[in-house]
Design a protein around this ligand. Structure first.
Ligand code: MN
Length: 260
């Protein structure tokens, strides 16, 4: 499949940098909300990845361009039909953890400043960011300084997920519905993050209409642990795939290629 390059911005009027622009101008707001509503369910992966591609110069960064639609490698997935998630530790201008959840052929993404917790009494802020390509799930390395997201990226956890009590047999459409409604109830099957979590969209907390803030909260289950006794982010300091520290990744080659 050929993906159209970012030749025009007339359809996407969402602010380029969510930090500086809170809302679109009056004249464009109508089309933004229409696009936003539509993007939740009907846009192709190529359409959803336009913002990701617009923000990056692939001549300079080794991040995947998302320009090729790679078939899911069934041999690499524990269960071929289960959607995937990834968490990347990202030492950019501020250290954070990027949570990405596969819905509708892209990785819906949130920057979680403090990372996930296994403690049900802890609510972790998760700021929505642009959708990422599925190929990003194996990206570990460095993004050059001065480029968007410049810094070190570690694969911190990955695996598959399920929707808890799915209203629909199809996990993807259940996930999409819950995403649209702003409340995902997810069971993570990761190496480090396990069990049931809620990801809930909130009003305020620094978010905007285009990039709302969410909260990531552990549900009480057998995998729940008090943060004081067992903090996931301090327990696991190395890459889930290469066993490297952040320093080792930053000193290594720009990109680590998955052996898959
Ligand atoms: Mn990031």
């Amino acid at each position: 499949m050929v993906i159209r390059k970012k030749t025009t911005t007339k359809k996407r009027t969402a602010p380029k940098t969510p930090k500086t622009t809170k809302t679109a101008s009056k004249t464009t707001r109508k089309s933004v909300s229409k696009t936003t509503r539509k993007s939740a369910s009907k846009l192709s992966a190529a359409e959803q990845l336009k913002e990701y591609q617009r923000k990056r110069d692939f001549e300079k960064t080794a991040e995947p361009s998302g320009a090729t639609t790679r078939k899911r490698a069934s041999s690499s997935a524990p269960a071929a039909d289960q959607p995937r998630f990834v968490i990347q530790k990202h030492d950019a201008s501020h250290l954070h953890y990027d949570l990405r959840i596969e819905i509708d052929g892209v990785m819906k993404s949130w920057a979680v400043p403090k990372g996930p917790s296994a403690d049900p009494s802890v609510k972790r802020l998760a700021m929505q960011v642009e959708d990422h390509p599925i190929e990003y799930n194996t990206f570990e390395g460095t993004i050059p300084a001065g480029e968007y997201g410049g810094g070190t990226v570690m694969l911190w956890d990955h695996g598959t997920y399920e929707i808890e009590n799915p209203p629909d047999d199809d996990t993807n459409s259940s996930a999409r519905d819950e995403y649209d409604h702003g409340e995902l109830k997810i069971i993570f099957h990761g190496k480090r993050i396990k069990g049931s979590y809620a990801l809930v969209r909130t009003k305020g907390m620094g978010g905007s209409a285009a990039k709302p803030s969410w909260l990531l909260i552990k549900h009480r289950d057998a995998q729940a642990r008090p943060e004081n006794d067992s903090s996931l982010t301090t327990k696991y300091m190395k890459s889930v795939t290469t066993d490297r520290t952040m320093d080792q990744i930053s000193e290594g080659p720009r990109v680590w290629h998955s052996p898959r």
